[in-house]
Design a protein around this ligand. Sequence first.
Ligand code: EPU
Length: 438
Amino acid sequence: MIIYTEVSELDKFIINGGKRLRGSVNISGAKNAAVAIIPAVILADDVCVIENVPQINDVTIDLQILRHIGADVRLLDKSTIRIDPKHIKDTVVPYELARHMRASYYFLGTLLSKFNHAKVSMPGGCDLGDRPIDQHLKCFKALGAEYTIEHGIVEISADKLIGTQIYFDKVTVGATINAMLASVKADGLTILENAAKEPHIVDLANFLNSIGANIIGAGTDVIKIRGVKRFKGTHYTIIPDQIEAGTYMIAAAATKGDVTVNGIIPKHLEPITSKLRKVGAIIEERDESVRVIGSDSYERTNLKTMPHPGFPTDMQPQFAALLTLAKGTSILTEGIFDNRFRYVDELRRMGADISVDGKVAVIEGIERLTGAPVKVADLRAGAALIIAGLCADGITEIEEIQHIERGYENMDKKLRELGADIVKRKFPDAVDSIAKIV
Ligand code: EPU
């Protein structure tokens, strides 16, 4: 049994704000790379050892799914996992497992690729507005598969997958990944155009190439995949989590602290570094770390989220928390999702002055936030509320922290090590939402 974080829906974070963060923090493996690479292990014909796996609940669920369909999964140490996929036979991922996270749809791509069949419940994950999977289905169909969607379950099958040319109607991380997974064994050449370029797409391509795939161009908007029939095992290390790193950078800046963020790839953080510099933080870049020195006051700025290498949507709520305390009016435009401002009402409870019209938020900077009871709506909203709580006067009680623990490894512990006054109040008698599915 592998459970990374036992968290109940009643657990809370309690923050006594106003402490400057100081010291250094080590960044874990990237969530969005891990949740693509772990299902991709199904394609291998031998054992894979994956290192730098983040200890987060989305990974727990991925591993439960692998076990459920017949893989032998062992934890070698806290962040190294050995997966033997040789005995996988089942191609059905049940609703009880799939519903917990978005990335369960990667099992469609890998199972289809390996067994010509997959049956997976429509994905769950953060509620950020409408999140269709039409581009995923378009790819599967273009490769020669047929699908049905009935009672919330996608069933997909093919006699044979044949390489083809696919143009994405919009830039999508998930569909780019699923198209890569579904086409690595297809006959001939697949060309993906208008592909997403996020670092985790490059990481998945590197993993797949390490088991024998033939993929070139990942990280650009044209990816070429030549089908290969057999794959070996591998030993692979996941890249550091750029969003976790960016979250600690903003927390350091917002608390006027001085924090070195270690074990990162600074290039992946450029949009965040450049925005933080623009508002007044000092950032010193080194080979594998950045030092963030906070300022006593911040300037306003405007920001629009875009696909990589633009400013990531996954950092928008955290940056908004910082801008609530900047001088003047900042305008935030969400360029990816329809509804990524679900943290705004909670920040308002802490005194923030924010108004939202559709995909635009207008933030009037204020002098100080005050602690309040708040509720987390989704993963990055949770990170924003933690940052706000760290800056606020008095006590902030954060509810629904299971969203945070889906994607941040030991966030309360890492923050305590930086001097934050944050504790997790556990409710041991409550039903454990993760343990339930083990
Ligand atoms: N879209 C479609 N059709 C599709 C797929 C996507 O219209 O078939 C739309 C989406 O509705 C959205 C846009 O395209 O408006 C981009 O969606 P994308 O597919 O890129 O997002 P995703 O794969 O659902 C991943 C991350 C998200 C991250 C986004 C954008 C994973 C598991 N999730 O989601 O991560 O915000 O890419 O970078 O990789 C998070 O970590 O907090 C998180 C939400």
